[in-house]
Design a binder for this molecule. Structure first.
Ligand code: 2M8
Length: 452
């Protein structure tokens, strides 16, 4: 691994320093089979973090990037779900809440096919994994073929998508639904305020929030929101994580989640073709998803995709970065691409201090520049938007985001997120996906589309 870090520099000295700093974060956060998002705040393996981490890790060691995804997929449940956290049994129970004894996956999740030999959460996160697997393969196809990487992960990935498009099609529309604010990865977004207000919180005295040992209370979700998160997770657990039996009081179709599913379905088509299987069903599913995404979630007036609340069957009229992420989808109508780019450049999402995209509309009533997912700019979403802009040939715009991401990541000590109005780092430092996606954008500085 160290020798790989010393590969001849393709870039200027500053980029080499940045590359070494990013690599150091990933080396320090590696546990032997996967990577923790942060040694302090998040000391286990998280699902979509691992996918983003693998996308960066592939530039240091394709083998290690494969292991990152393989260790996550080893925790997949028999019903196809990939859990949002895989717990490390060596980490003390109180280091993160909700802990394994809250989720009780190996017992409460037994009917849904949770593994007996390790503990996980029972909810999911966005399906970036097939995209990550395809990108990891492309980093070193010979090594990937030698280890049979794609043929081993392909059945896991198809079962994962089948779960999302089967048990999780709660609206019967062909899109996957999220059943907890942690599932879209944007926990505290104002998009969930309305749907969450219907949930009675569990008494906050009945649990201890480990996040406040590391994060500032003014930056983290409130106790009231935590009480609601815990209520939803406990109710799901008490229904044995059975999507049909559970009474989902919180159920939404999220545009970012479904855009990632669409892009990952395209990746499954590419993987199928590489393995000599038929790519057509995956390509057809990706096209259907694209049409449904537009029909169900596009809002012309907002100039963005909006989440659909399945309890009220109404769009949630809040604009967030999740509604811009469908830029990633290759088959999007040109008029929608134009509108989305206009929204990105408009007062809601263009901050002067950084070209990174705020998580929530700068002009929206709930905008908060430091509180979790209610305004701060995140590096993974910037990477998604950068990729989306390139998908539609908007290279100059993508270049601005890339330059800002590299500068801000290094300058903030690979922060978890930044205040979009000042560019100041917030949350955890030495954050894994920030480092990983920095490596990815450094590596692809010649902007060739191969491997992207
Ligand atoms: C944050 O979410 C966790 C719960 O999953 C938390 O707040 O405790 C989010 O930013 C999420 O997107 C991310 O995957 C996770 C770990 O980095 O942290």
């Amino acid at each position: 691994m160290t020798a790989l870090l010393d590969r001849p520099a393709r870039t200027a000295a500053a980029d080499l320093t940045l590359r070494r700093g990013a690599a150091r974060v990933l080396l320090d956060n590696w546990t032997g089979s996967g990577t923790v998002p942060s040694r302090t705040l998040y000391p286990h393996q998280w699902s979509w973090d691992s996918a983003f981490i693998a996308i960066g890790l592939r530039h240091l060691s394709a083998r290690r990037a494969q292991r990152e995804l393989e260790s996550l997929l080893a925790a997949q449940w028999a019903d196809g779900r990939v859990p949002h956290i895989v717990f490390n049994s060596a980490v003390p129970n109180g280091a993160y809440f909700p802990s394994p004894d809250f989720w009780r996956s190996s017992t409460a999740g037994h009917p849904a096919g949770a593994p007996a030999s390790l503990e996980t959460s029972g909810i999911v996160q966005p399906p970036v994994h097939a995209l990550a697997a395809w990108l990891v393969h492309q980093a070193d196809p010979a090594e990937s073929r030698r280890r049979g990487f794609l043929s081993r992960v392909f059945p896991h990935l198809t079962a994962w998508h089948a779960y999302l498009l089967g048990a999780r099609d709660l609206g019967g529309s062909g899109l996957a639904a999220i059943v907890h604010p942690w599932e879209p990865g944007m926990d505290n977004s104002p998009c969930w305020d309305g749907p969450l207000s219907r949930i009675s919180p569990i008494d906050t005295g009945s649990f201890r929030r480990a996040d406040l040992d590391h994060g500032h209370p003014a930056d983290r979700p409130t106790d009231l929101d935590y009480g609601r998160y815990v209520r939803l997770a406990a109710d799901y657990r008490d229904a044995s994580y059975d999507d049909r039996a559970a009474r989902h009081a919180f159920a939404l179709e999220d545009p970012c989640f479904n855009a990632l599913l669409t892009v990952s379905e395209h990746a499954l088509a590419d993987i199928a073709a590489e393995l000599g299987a038929d790519p057509a069903p995956h390509r057809a599913r990706a096209e259907r998803l694209t049409e449904t995404l537009v029909a169900r979630l596009w809002d012309e007036e907002a100039g963005a995709f909006l989440a659909r609340d399945l309890v009220s069957d109404e769009l949630v009229r809040e604009r967030s970065v999740a509604g811009l992420a469908p830029l990633l989808v290759p088959g999007l109508p040109a008029s929608i691409v134009d509108r989305l780019v206009g929204t990105l450049d408009g007062p809601g999402f263009h901050a002067d201090a950084t070209a990174l995209v705020p998580s929530y509309d700068l002009t929206g009533p709930a905008f908060d520049r430091t509180r979790y997912w209610r305004g701060p700019a995140w590096f993974n979403t910037a990477w998604l938007i950068e990729r989306g802009l390139r998908t539609h040939g908007r290279h100059a715009h993508a270049d601005r985001i890339r330059a800002s991401l590299l500068e801000t990541a290094g300058g903030s000590g690979f922060a978890e997120y930044v205040d979009p109005t000042t560019g100041e780092g917030r949350g955890a430092r030495s954050f894994s996906w920030t480092a990983a996606l920095t490596l990815d954008l450094l590596h692809t500085d010649d902007r060739t589309e191969a491997g992207r």
